[in-house]
Write a protein that binds this ligand. Structure first.
Ligand code: EPZ
Length: 418
């Protein structure tokens, strides 16, 4: 089992480079299947989720070649299977994008129910509603989702909840449908926009991504091409929070500062000094962090994927902060692990009350999922003494070389196989 061993309590200093966005890459790679051409995707993060997805692609018949760690060329013309089994998809949630992509290309798809992080119910009813509205018949049995359509025809789809996955999946399936599809109450996250830009680069006709109404005019054919993925908002945010938690000074390089506005506002309220450049943000952690309240929301609100990390930071603040989780019904399961390090957190339903300042001290902890694992890294770096994070492979699912990047900032951190 992989473990991260951290000797914390040191201010981190220097520059850290952010990789391409995991959640954009996990949507854009399946979208490649829509074209019968060759596509080259650059700025892919070197993380486990991408490796798993590439494996699934090869099982479907695609030819995948990495020219370097971050650049993948995919020949989708050879995709000859419409089926992705449980064995292949169980590790990644985003395998649901294969449904939209295979349906859009072949009018048919058979994909096992998705896996991924476990924080309560993770329904895909809005994806299914969209596929059905486009003309697909849907059967869910034996753990598989089966979609089949005579043809896909554009229509109006109103999402009952603002869902990133459903918005992207419907956009992918509708890109080659006959006529126009309108998605109302669409998600506006940066990776929705990035996927739309990628589809348009392949010849699709999508307008309005980034607003709550997206209009997709179907086209007959999509072509291959080259595309560079946007920087990862959540990886960038995690390093900004780490700078604050360690009272350090860190320049987070290769970011789109606009994507970070909700976090920048909160860190400023907590008395961090923030400087923004065109493609970087510099965070100066204060000696005394002030508490604040945070409510997670869809973009441009505060991202749920930074909720565990900001809770770890609030534990170090001089007073009480309140965090309300509005996106996922059960995303506080990890707080018992933070408590092992000395954090004082009480959870009541969707609200966590974080009382600071806690005197954090290193301990053995277990990373239950990706972002909870990142929160343990934040707390471990702020804590005095040694923290050992078990099940660190969860963290590698979303953060490329986190131990190398943090070592580069002066952290005492290493990965071991125990
Ligand atoms: C994406 O998940 C991200 N994953 C998640 O990041 C992120 O937490 C989430 O968006 C919210 O920003 C990927 O992009 C691969 P949703 P997704 O559909 O698309 C409800 C990480 O750590 N809902 O926007 O699956 C759902 O239960 C991961 O990187 C329905 O009710 O999330 C939730 O409460 C974890 N029916 C809310 O909507 C549906 O059909 C938002 O979910 C779909 C969703």
């Amino acid at each position: 089992m992989e473990q991260l061993v951290i000797n914390g309590g040191k201010p981190l200093r220097g520059t850290v480079n952010v990789n391409g966005a995991k959640n954009a890459a996990l949507a854009i790679l399946p979208a490649v299947i829509l074209s019968e051409g060759i596509s080259t995707i650059d700025n892919l993060p070197g993380i486990e989720d991408i490796k798993n997805l590439v494996q699934i692609f090869e099982n479907l018949g695609a030819q995948c070649t990495f020219s370097d760690k971050h650049t993948l060329t995919i020949d989708a013309s050879t995709v000859n299977s419409r089926r992705a089994s449980y064995g292949a998809v169980k590790r990644i949630r985003a395998s649901y994008y294969l449904l939209g992509a295979l349906l859009g290309r072949f009018n048919e798809a058979e994909v096992a129910m998705p896996g991924g992080c476990n924080f309560g119910q993770r329904p895909i009813d809005q994806h299914i509603k969209g596929f059905m509205a486009l003309g697909a018949k849907v059967a869910i049995n034996h753990g598989m989702v089966r979609l089949k359509a005579e043809k896909l025809v554009g229509t109006n789809i109103y999402l009952d909840v603002v869902s990133v996955g459903a918005t992207i999946n419907i956009m992918i399936a509708a890109a080659r449908a006959e006529g126009t599809t309108i998605i109302e109450n669409a998600a506006k996250e940066p990776h929705v926009v990035d996927t739309a830009n990628f589809l348009n680069m392949m010849g699709a006709n999508i307008k309005g991504a980034g607003t709550d109404l997206i209009r997709i005019s179907g086209v007959n054919k999509l072509f291959g091409g080259s595309y560079t993925i946007i920087p990862d908002q959540i990886e960038a945010g995690t390093y900004m929070i780490i700078a604050a938690a360690t009272k350090g000074t860190v320049r987070v390089q290769n970011v789109i500062p606009k994507h970070m506005d909700s976090l920048t506002a909160k860190l400023t309220e907590m008395k961090c000094i923030i400087k923004e450049g065109e493609d970087y943000i510099e965070v100066f952690g204060p000696e005394r962090l002030m508490p604040t309240n945070v409510k997670t929301m869809v973009y441009p609100g505060f991202p749920t994927d930074l909720q565990p990390q900001i809770i770890a930071l609030l534990a170090c603040a001089q007073g009480t902060g309140i965090v309300t989780e509005n996106v996922w019904e059960n995303r506080f399961q990890y707080v018992n692990e933070l408590k092992r390090l000395g954090c004082n957190i009480t959870v009541e339903g969707r609200v966590a009350v974080v009382k600071g300042p806690a005197t954090l001290s290193g301990a053995e902890v277990h990373a239950p999922d990706l972002r909870a694992g990142a929160a343990l890294v934040v707390a471990g770096l702020a804590a005095k003494g040694t923290t050992t994070i078990m099940n660190a492979k969860q963290i590698n699912r979303g953060y490329e070389d986190i131990e190398g990047k943090l070592s580069g900032l002066g952290a005492d951190i290493r990965k071991i196989n125990a």
